[in-house]
Design a protein around this ligand. Structure first.
Ligand SMILES: Cc1cc2nc3c(=O)[nH]c(=O)nc-3n(C[C@H](O)[C@H](O)[C@H](O)COP(=O)(O)O)c2cc1C
Length: 320
C-alpha cells in the first residue's frame, strides 16, 4: 500500500490510531507505528506532564513515525499541551486536531515541521479545513466511539461526499474494525482509515481489563448515545450506568444537572480503574466485530492484509 497518506506520514499502511484520551498511551502509539500504521498519543484527560511522558515513552519504544491528538475543547487551558507538542516536535510527525477551531493551530504546528490532520464530520468543515491548510481530514461518522458531531452523519454517506468536495486526502473513521471495513472505506473514496475502539482492545492499551473484556463481549447493539438532550453526542458502551443517564435525560435536565453524570471522572473510573458500575466508557459500533485482545501491531497488519484480500476477491465476484 503506497498512497498519499503513506507518503505524508511516512508509514507503510494508511491506518491511523484515533486520539484515545487517557487510554491512548505511549506504548499503544508505539505498537501501532511498529506494525506499520500511525500511532497517536492522546492528550485529553492527561496532565501536561503525563502527556509529555507518554510522548517520550512512545519515542523510546519505536523508531517509526507517530503523532499526538489535541481535542481543543477538552482542555480548559490548551497552552501547556501546545507547548508540549512544540517542545517534542523533533520526535513527532503529525498532530490530529479535533473538537474546536483549528485555524490558529494549523500554521503553528506546520511551522514546527508537523503535518496537521483535522477531524471533520461534514462537507462544510472539510472544505474549511482544506482552506485553512490542513494536510488531511479525518472524516468521522456517527458510528464512532466517543464524542461525535450532532449532525449524526454516518460514514457511508459522509465519505463519498467529503472525498468529492476536497482535494486533500480523506481518512475514514467510525465503525471500522477490520480489513473489510477498510476496503469499503477506500472504495467510498477514503485513502486511509482511523480506528479507535479496536485499538482499545489491545495488549498495549492502558485501559482496564474489564473495559477490554466488555469490548470483546460486545454485540451490534452494545452502544448508546449519551448527552443528546443537551446537544452533544457521546457514543458509549451500553451499561446500567449509561442507561440510567439516558433515562434521566428524558426528564429534561439542564446542562448543569447532567454534568455530574457525564463528567470525565465518571469515564476514568470505569476505563482506567475498571469500576464499570460507577461510570461509562467510550465505545464505537465497531465493538461488535472485536473478538479478542491482540497486539496493536498485529491488528494493523491483519487489517491491511485483509483489506487487500477483500479488494482482490471483490474483483473476482464481479468477474473483472
Ligand atoms: C476510548 C475512546 C477515546 C476517544 N478519545 C478521543 C480523544 O481524546 N480525542 C479525539 O479526537 N477523539 C477521541 N475518540 C475518537 C477516536 O479518535 C476515533 O475517531 C473513533 O474512535 C473512531 O471510531 P471507532 O471507535 O468506531 O473506531 C475516542 C474514541 C474512543 C473509543
Amino acid at each position: 500500500m503506497k498512497n498519499r497518506i503513506c507518503e505524508l506520514l511516512d508509514i507503510r499502511y494508511p491506518i491511523i490510531e484515533g486520539g484515545l484520551a487517557y487510554v491512548g498511551n505511549g506504548a499503544l502509539a508505539a505498537a501501532v507505528s511498529n506494525g506499520g500504521g500511525f500511532g497517536v498519543v492522546g492528550s485529553a484527560g492527561r496532565s501536561p506532564e503525563d502527556f509529555r511522558e507518554q510522548i517520550r515513552l512512545a519515542a523510546k519504544l519505536t523508531d517509526k513515525p507517530f503523532g499526538v491528538n489535541l481535542p481543543i475543547s477538552e482542555h480548559s487551558n490548551q497552552e501547556p499541551y501546545i507547548q508540549a507538542i512544540l517542545d517534542h516536535a523533533q520526535q513527532l510527525k503529525a498532530v490530529s486536531i479535533s473538537a474546536g477551531n483549528p485555524k490558529p493551530l494549523i500554521p503553528l504546528f506546520q511551522e514546527a515541521g508537523l503535518k496537521v490532520m483535522v477531524y471533520i464530520a461534514s462537507v462544510k468543515h472539510a472544505k474549511k479545513a482544506e482552506q485553512l491548510g490542513a494536510d488531511l481530514v479525518i472524516a468521522e461518522g456517527f458510528e464512532a466511539g466517543g464524542h461525535n458531531s450532532p449532525l449524526e452523519l454516518t460514514l457511508f454517506a459522509l465519505i463519498p461526499q467529503v472525498s468529492q468536495a476536497v482535494n486533500i486526502p480523506v481518512v475514514a473513521a467510525g465503525g471500522i474494525a477490520n480489513g473489510r471495513g477498510m476496503a469499503a472505506a477506500m472504495m467510498l473514496g477514503a485513502e486511509g482509515i482511523q480506528m479507535g475502539t479496536r485499538f482499545v482492545a489491545t495488549r498495549e492499551c492502558q485501559a482496564h481489563d474489564n473495559y477490554k473484556k466488555l469490548l470483546v463481549d460486545a454485540t451490534d447493539d452494545s452502544t448508546l448515545v449519551m448527552a443528546r438532550s443537551i446537544g452533544n453526542v457521546f457514543r458509549v458502551a451500553r451499561s446500567p450506568f449509561a442507561e440510567k443517564v439516558v433515562e434521566y435525560e428524558k426528564t429534561g435536565p439542564t446542562v448543569q444537572e447532567l454534568l455530574p453524570y457525564i463528567k470525565g471522572s465518571n469515564n476514568r473510573i470505569a476505563a482506567i480503574e475498571g469500576k464499570m458500575q460507577e461510570g461509562w466508557v467510550n465505545c464505537g459500533q465497531s465493538a461488535g466485530m472485536i473478538e479478542s485482545i491482540e497486539s496493536a501491531a498485529d491488528i494493523v497488519q491483519k487489517v491491511a492484509k485483509e483489506a487487500i484480500d477483500v479488494l482482490n476477491t471483490t474483483r473476482l465476484h464481479f468477474n473483472l
